[in-house]
Every structure is written in structure tokens, then in C-alpha cells.
Write a protein that binds this ligand. Structure first.
Ligand code: ZN
Length: 283
């Protein structure tokens, strides 16, 4: 397969998986109260198609190209570690995931990053498609930060491309609103981020949402004390999305685009059109 076809396959696979998952999610929902409607799914699909496909994969490909040619800026080379190739691959894959864990923690703790990241949390009808919902500006800053790190440490291009392919599919999988066998969560859940684990991260209660930051591997949360566990019964009744104060408009394409700037827009509107109670009465 040539590289163009491979990139196309990597780009479209998460969307195909999300579409295939829709009937399964309707048949066996883990959270029936959050079942996505057709209009809602279409909004997420259109927004995600632009933001996720164009930015994540084109920037990812560009990133791999820059890393391959920017050797003067390297202070070390992970590609040249004196260890077996397979071990180097696993180590680098884990390092990229750790970097994404760190960026995700920052996205919840630094206000300017939260403004961008909260678009991903805006979906109150959680489904596989929610995994692809990110604001383009968030994709851009994550790409720039990871690019800088990759260049500095000489991250092997093959690992960058492999991680991009896996993280797209895994993002869809981890947001599935699908009842999973309990044995799977109890065993594999300590290693991989599963839907049950990640669902808590989308709780409308921000104290629950500020945890379970792992992207592909779940053990980072255990290691750094950010793991939240909620029983299946609670998850089945849980509300998702953002609290009212964080999102004052309905879930539409313009709202998603403008959400990071919501308070700025509201301040400008209020200054142009002051509320009647603040207006001075004419004498
Ligand atoms: Zn988050």
C-alpha cells in the first residue's frame, strides 16, 4: 500500500468505526439516558470531520516530516537508543502517551487550555463520535507542543505515525456508549482506557470530570493519583456534558466553534446591549 492510501485509511478508519458502532450503542447502551439523537450525531460528525481529519492527520503527517528533517534541534535521539528495536518502539509509544496524559491534565488545570478542551466535554449525549469532537485550536496547540518535544528528543517517525493511527481508533472505542462485560473492565481496565473508565471523565460534575486523564493507557492515572472509580450503577444514571455556567447556548455547530470565546462574546454583547435594569430612567 502506498503512503497516500495508508494515510487515507488511517484518516477514515475512526469515522467508519464510529458509524458502525451507532446501532450497537442503541442496542446495548451503558448510559441509556445519554443516547445520541440523529441531529446531535450529525452535528458532532460535521464538526469532527473538519477539526479531527484536517488538523489531526494533516498536522500529524507534517509533524512526522519535520521530525525526520529537524535533527539540528535534537538534544538526544530516542531512535538511536542502544536497545532492541521492539523495546525502543514500546518505550517511545509509552512516552508519547505519557505526554498526552500530561497535556490532558494541563487542559483541565490551565484556564486558557480548558477553554479549548471543554468543547470535547460539551457533548451531553455521549457516543463513539464524541471521541472525535475537539476544537481545531486545541488540535493545533497539542500538535505544536508535541512537535517541539518530538524534535527535541528525536522521536522515531514510525512511532509517531503508529501512535496517530492507534489513538484515532482508540478515541472512538473509549467513548462508546456500550455496555461492556464486567470481566473486561476488571482485567484489561488496569492497562487500557476502556469506555467505563473514560465515561466518568465526561461527567457533568466537574469534580468527577477532572480525573481519568489517560489517553490510551489507564495506569498513568493510578501512578499519578488521578484515577476515579464509579460503579456501573452510578454510571448508568450519570449526566454528561458541561455544567450550565460553562455552556450557556444549545449544542449547535456555531456554539461549538465559539465555545472557547463564550465569556468574551457575552461580555461584548452585554456592553453593547446593557440590561434594562441598568439603564437610567428618563425623567
Ligand atoms: Zn478532558
Amino acid at each position: 500500500m502506498n503512503s497516500g492510501l495508508l494515510l487515507l485509511a488511517i484518516m477514515t478508519a475512526p469515522f467508519l468505526l464510529a458509524v458502525v458502532a451507532i446501532p450497537l450503542e442503541h442496542a446495548r447502551p451503558a448510559s441509556p439516558q445519554a443516547r445520541a439523537s440523529g441531529t446531535h450525531s450529525l452535528t458532532v460528525l460535521v464538526f469532527a470531520s473538519v477539526a479531527y481529519t484536517l488538523l489531526h492527520f494533516t498536522m500529524g503527517a507534517l509533524q512526522a516530516g519535520i521530525v525526520a528533517t529537524a535533527s539540528p534541534f535534537q538534544f538526544m535521539s530516542l531512535a538511536a537508543l542502544p536497545i532492541p528495536e521492539w523495546l525502543g518502539f514500546i518505550l517511545c509509544f509509552l512516552l508519547i502517551d505519557l505526554l498526552h496524559y500530561g497535556l490532558h491534565v494541563l487542559s483541565h488545570s490551565v484556564p486558557v487550555f480548558w477553554r479549548l478542551h471543554k468543547v470535547h466535554h460539551a457533548d451531553d449525549q455521549l457516543s463513539a463520535l464524541s471521541g472525535l469532537l475537539h476544537h481545531p485550536l486545541e488540535m493545533l496547540y497539542v500538535t505544536i507542543v508535541t512537535l517541539i518535544v518530538f524534535v527535541l528528543v528525536g522521536m522515531p517517525v514510525v512511532v509517531i505515525m503508529a501512535y496517530s493511527a492507534v489513538v484515532g481508533l482508540h478515541a472512538v472505542f473509549s467513548h462508546l456508549n456500550l455496555r461492556m462485560p464486567g470481566a473486561l473492565s476488571r482485567s484489561l481496565g488496569w492497562l487500557i482506557v476502556l469506555p467505563d473508565f473514560h465515561r466518568i471523565h465526561h461527567s457533568a460534575r466537574l469534580d468527577e470530570a477532572h480525573g481519568n486523564f489517560g489517553t490510551i493507557f489507564s495506569f498513568w492515572d493510578l501512578l499519578f493519583g488521578t484515577r476515579h472509580a464509579v460503579s456501573a450503577g452510578v454510571a448508568a444514571r450519570m449526566k454528561f456534558g458541561l455544567p450550565r455556567a460553562e455552556m450557556t447556548s444549545p449544542f449547535t455547530l456555531p456554539t461549538l466553534v465559539a465555545l472557547p470565546f463564550q465569556s468574551i462574546v457575552e461580555t461584548v454583547r452585554a456592553s453593547r446591549d446593557p440590561a434594562p435594569v441598568h439603564r437610567k430612567k428618563r425623567k
